[in-house]
Design a protein around this ligand. Structure first.
Ligand SMILES: Nc1nc2c(ncn2[C@@H]2O[C@H](COP(=O)(O)OP(=O)(O)OP(=O)(O)O)[C@@H](O)[C@H]2O)c(=O)[nH]1
Ligand SMILES: [Mg+2]
Length: 449
């Protein structure tokens, strides 16, 4: 299924016209494909760009060719990269000629798959490559780059090593039951399991913040009717996305937009103005608005600075007081009707005044979510989180079994849990992974990566 003895080729840069485009060739025939493409006959200098002329049936193109001999290359095998002027016609001609010379078109993610198969990357790092390419926010880039560097893998290796050591010592004790000799005493087993469980629990706990980085924080705009919620929403989105009218009760349904605000990926939602006694349609809108506020990560309360604050607004402010929130005093272009002793941000959705400060406040509120150190290892991938949680369950099960039995739990039971935990952890890093899963993971890549 995952043969690596042939040579693959693909355009590595994005589709379309660009200043420069890159064709990547990987496999045992990379050097010779390069000779055929360029009429070069002498060996490629390793990792040095060489100016070449690529001749195909249709055209001749100036290019730079760089040869990376394996195993010190991205894929671990010989790689030739050809950078040419970024016309899709030129790049397609180079790919076609490479195929005539013995390469075959690469499948999505196949370069990275080869790097994984050759042990250049583990599965966590390979998935980080995909996430890095797909990143839309700086936080996503930072998380993926840290995972690619191996921060998560290193944390996992540490847990795997501890569990392996325990497994080995317990197995040795099981092999000599009659001597009554133990290679490791139960209290030490218990302490080691507890330490592993604690480390893994910390990793699993980062999954909440990891999910925010991956999917974006839910930021919900709320307030009473007509204060300018939809106008603020549109100002943040930078487009006339939600309907704005002078009539109170304009917005009925939730309107959501996924966007990056000041570097923070958010799903921003505009809601119906909160009030009682509205018609059936609006009442349903209010119900949806309340539900959205309840499940929001950050609530942006919009107040109308030109009107006196109502009881409903005071109640709304009180209800978000101990949650992540930002208060906006909108219509700052009009005369102010209340002296605010609050930390409300003056904003005019109409003139744009204060909108950058609001964006910054939202980004700050998002970055403060979920606690934890921003630079620590972050589990952003749901596959990893589920497997880590499973491993943690097994380790806890063993540790609790030892605790409740007064360290009398037979070694077999502890070893069975340790093995199950190891299985889950090794599935994270890809040491034990079914081909079907690899297919699924790498199918999510772009071709050429
Ligand atoms: N002067 C001024 N008017 C504004 C500002 N923002 C919104 N408005 C006006 O206030 C009215 C209501 O604006 P919307 O954005 O529809 O208010 P909303 O809170 O979404 O209203 P509902 O959806 O009905 O709850 C419109 O006439 C807007 O033009 C502002 O910053 N200054
Ligand atoms: Mg509205």
């Amino acid at each position: 299924m995952f043969s690596t003895d042939d040579t693959i080729v693909a355009v590595a840069t994005a589709a379309g016209h660009a200043g420069v485009g890159l064709v990547r060739v990987s496999g045992p025939a990379a050097a010779s494909v390069g000779f055929g493409l360029t009429a070069r006959t002498t060996a490629w200098p390793p990792r040095h760009a060489v100016r070449v002329s690529v001749a195909t049936v249709d055209l001749t193109a100036d290019a730079l060719a760089t040869f990376f001999p394996g195993p010190a290359s991205y894929t671990g095998e010989d790689v030739l990269e050809v950078s040419a002027h970024g016309s899709p016609v030129i790049l397609a001609a180079i790919v076609r000629r490479s195929i005539e010379l013995g390469a075959r078109p690469a499948r999505p993610g196949e370069f990275t798959l080869r790097a994984f198969i050759r042990g250049k990357l583990d599965l966590v790092q390979a998935e980080a490559v995909r996430d890095l390419v797909a990143a839309v926010s700086p936080a996503q880039v930072r998380a993926a780059a840290a995972q690619l560097e191996g921060s998560l893998s290193a944390a996992l290796v540490q847990q795997v090593d501890s569990l392996r050591r325990l497994e080995t010592l317990l197995e040795a004790s099981m092999d000599f039951p009659d001597e009554g000799y133990r290679f490791i005493e139960p209290p030490e087993v218990h302490a080691a399991l507890a330490a592993v469980a604690q480390g893994m629990a910390c990793l699993v706990a980062t999954g909440g913040r990891g999910q925010l980085v991956r999917d974006g924080a839910r930021v919900v705009i709320a307030g009473v009717p007509n204060v300018g919620k939809s106008s603020v929403f549109n100002a943040l989105v930078g487009a006339d996305r939600a309907i704005v009218t002078p009539i109170a009760g304009t917005t009925r349904d939730l309107v959501s937009e996924r966007l990056v605000i000041d570097g923070a990926l958010v799903v921003l939602t505009d809601t119906a103005g909160l009030r009682d006694g509205a018609d059936v349609v609006e009442a349903e809108g209010v119900r949806r608005a309340s539900a959205a506020v309840d499940t929001a990560n950050v609530v942006v309360v919009v107040l109308d600075g030109s009107r006196v604050m109502s009881d409903a607004e005071r109640a709304l402010l009180a209800s978000v007081a101990d949650r992540a929130h930002v208060v906006v005093r909108n219509k700052a272009d009009l005369a102010c009707a209340w002296i605010d002793g609050t930390d409300a941000l003056p904003v005019s959705a109409r003139s744009g005044q204060g909108v950058p400060a609001l964006a910054a406040a939202i980004a700050r509120a998002v970055s403060g979510l979920g606690g934890g150190d921003a630079e620590s290892v972050l589990v952003t991938n749901e596959r990893h989180r589920v497997l880590l949680a499973r491993a943690l369950d097994h380790v806890r099960h063993a540790a609790e079994g030892m605790a409740t039995s007064g360290h009398q739990l037979p070694e077999e039971f502890v070893v069975a849990d340790i093995r199950a935990a190891l299985l889950a952890l090794e599935e994270v890093t890809g040491r034990r992974t079914a081909d079907a899963l690899l297919d699924e993971i790498f199918a999510g890549f772009c071709i050429g990566k």
